[in-house]
Design a protein around this ligand. Sequence first.
Ligand SMILES: [Zn+2]
Length: 307
Amino acid sequence: MKYGIGIDVGGTRIKYSISNRQGKVAYHQTVDTDFQTKEIFLKKLAGIVEECQQHATGLGHEIAGISVAFPGIVEEGVVTGGAGNLPGLVPLQLTPFLKERFGLPTIAMNDAIGMAMGEHYYGAARGCSDAIFITIGTGIGGGLLIDGTFYNGFHDRGGELGHIIIERDGLPCSCGSHGCLEVYGSTSALVRHYDYLSGQAHPHINGEQLFQKYLAKDAHASQAFDWHFRNVAIGLGSLVNIFAPERIVLGGGIVNGGPQYLEGIAKYINKYCMSHLHDTFQIAPAELGDAAASVGGVGHLFAEYIQ
Ligand SMILES: [Zn+2]
């Protein structure tokens, strides 16, 4: 049976697996990311592919292609920017290198798009033709499914849903602009606002832990989350007006803290989108967790490139 190799590169770890068209995972593994130089990084990727090929052969499976999800801007298989956690790797000839080395169909995409692909083919947006995917973490990533096709604009340069501007003259963003959704709706922004409201720094608290304080009705956490929910709803409201999705899939550790998280956003979103769109979409939590980008990329490989 045909399987694909799905590799999900993170700032500290690389997750990889082999999975088939139905999303069934036959092997998965995690290793540390080595990114001292491009050569070391690409050698590690090649080693991962060889390891997966050996496992597939042992199981009697055929490897039909490779997918790589990468935390940066990936233009037609080449990383051209945005990889803030992986300095020194940009520009990176990702798919050209793997295609030449292994001679297999190979695709690469931004990791948030990989997550969106996983949720579309196997998770919370199965069967949807129009969906918006947002991952809420220390940054905000996004993916767009329009009429059954993933859309990233000319040369795959767009789809940066975390960088729509929700505050004129707002705080500076890592992208070089000001007032982006990411600076107001990420978990880093949430913790920053909680520090501000409580008048002291909490360097060791993360979004998930803060959500537990919200559930316990801590006063400052309640105020911080109310601010956070509104900010995320403002960003999503604009996206709803433009794309009229049937589903919005939200991912990231904080989303899994309890249904109260999505309820908090749902409470505000109709306030920030046009009335004919009120309640025309569902907000759903991502279902695949950590596996979404590796398995999702392979799903896309099978859907688009392999008979
Ligand atoms: Zn930005």
